[in-house]
Design a protein around this ligand. Structure first.
Ligand code: NAD
Ligand code: MG
Length: 401
């Protein structure tokens, strides 16, 4: 029996994780569940899964949850804030940690799990993008078992040799091919992108995800963050990670070998597959995902990405090539710009403008300590807010989704 903490249990990845865990109650027990401020959903999850701990990042929400659980005679202990998140991520009675908080907020709890030597199921790509080398050094130092949940990286992991030791060339790997659907605006006329609404941007053609990653998919910043994530996870340089547009989202990614072979992992676009893979690895368990009907798929298409249409992808390559804290700066500016787009403050096409301006104006540093990374993250957020306040407001549009 393995115990699991799910950081971000009320989100899209959190719900898919609980769905898989529920199918294998003889193998996995929920140890802790966490959320930002969604009291109702975490309350229901506590009644169903009876975890030892529940953590709410927001202190008022934690108080409400605690009162409601006590009235329901539920024994779950409620903690709050970043200290609570770190405690359940590093607790000695927990074996596995699903890192599924969205954004930079996930960095410290995910690092706490790494430093406690857990099996870490990494969905929170922003944590790795921000702290890259430092994160990977901590994984090695504390003997943590890092398993990728992002569907592309999970696919690459599955296509790598069994005993991959972090050396691409020694293992005969020529390059990593990350597939990208292109999101909802792959074929929208570029002249119309300035007026697309948040509701249109989060309507991904193939995947159901949280709002932030959905907007990232529409700008292709998601793929940019994934290029950076792949560089760290597989010890690749940016030129060894190629993005391949593949609108069907059936091939989740590929690895090309020195002999010309390309290995691919295919499946339905359902995150329960990589979640089940990482939970049970190296065994295989039922995820609840049905067989892929290849006759219904019929065709697989591939295109080169268009960097004019998707400047965020170019910016992410620039950030990882620049090195140091530039990836943390890119990530922070993106989080602020996406929030501003979702609240109707800026136009969709201003997202890359904000990020590029911040990257040009802010000095980056060697990313050799958490303090430096967090300081540059904060500086990028405040500069992004400044840049936004100097922009023309978004064209009137329907806000919310
Ligand atoms: P989501 O918005 O649906 O859920 C986010 C979760 O994080 C929620 O439980 C929320 O309560 C919690 N959270 C938000 N802000 C927080 C804060 N400040 N402190 C503590 N908790 C906080 O997001 P999601 O789509 O599940 O994505 C989660 C992570 O997984 C992201 O990093 C995303 O890039 C990655 N990911 C998601 C998918 C997907 O299919 N959804 C696929 C690949 C990778
Ligand atoms: Mg992905």
């Amino acid at each position: 029996m393995k115990t699991i903490t799910i950081l971000g249990s009320t989100g899209s990845i959190g719900l898919s994780t609980l769905n898989v865990v529920n199918r294998h109650v003889d193998q996995y027990r929920v140890f802790a569940l966490t959320a930002n401020s969604q009291v109702d959903r975490l309350y229901d999850q506590c009644l169903q899964h009876k975890p030892r701990y529940a953590v709410m990042a927001d202190a008022n929400a934690a108080e409400q949850l605690s009162e409601r659980l006590q009235s329901a005679a539920n024994d779950t202990q409620v903690l709050s804030g970043i200290e609570g998140l770190k405690e359940v991520a590093a607790h000695p009675d927990c074996d596995y940690v699903m890192a599924a908080i969205v954004g930079a907020a996930g960095l410290l709890p995910t690092l706490a799990a790494v430093q406690a030597g857990k099996r870490v199921l990494l969905a929170n790509k922003e944590a790795l993008v921000m702290s890259g080398q430092l994160f990977m050094d901590e994984v090695a130092k504390h003997g943590a078992e890092l398993l990728p949940i992002d569907s592309e990286h999970n696919a690459v992991f599955q296509c790598m040799p069994d005993r991959f030791n972090g050396e691409l060339a020694v293992n005969g790997v020529r390059k990593v091919l990350l597939t990208a659907s292109g999101g909802p605006f792959r074929t929208t006329p570029i002249s119309e992108l300035a007026t697309v609404t948040p509701a249109q941007a989060v309507a991904h053609p193939n995947w159901e995800m949280g709002k932030k990653i959905s907007v990232d998919s529409a700008t292709m910043m998601n793929k940019g963050l994934e290029v950076i994530e792949a560089c760290w996870l597989f010890n690749a340089n940016p030129d060894q990670v190629q993005v391949v547009m593949h609108p069907q989202s059936v091939i989740h990614s590929m690895v090309e070998y020195a002999d010309g072979s390309i290995l691919a992992q295919l499946g339905r676009p359902d995150m329960r597959t990589p979640i089940a893979h990482a939970l049970a690895w190296p065994a295989r368990i039922n995820s609840g995902v049905e067989s892929l009907d290849l006759f219904a798929v019929a065709q697989l298409n591939f295109e080169a990405p268009d960097l004019q249409r998707f400047p965020c992808l170019r910016l992410a390559y620039e950030a990882i090539k620049t090195g140091g804290t530039m990836s943390a700066i890119l990530n922070a500016a993106n989080e602020v710009a996406v929030d501003a787009f979702l609240s109707g403050t800026i136009a969709f096409t201003n997202i890359p403008r904000v990020i590029e301006t911040v990257m040009q104006q802010l000095e980056h540093h060697p990313a050799d300590s958490l303090d430096v990374i967090l300081a540059d993250d904060a500086a990028a957020r405040s500069m992004a807010l400044n840049v936004i306040s100097g922009l023309n407001p978004a064209a009137p549009q329907q806000v919310g989704c």
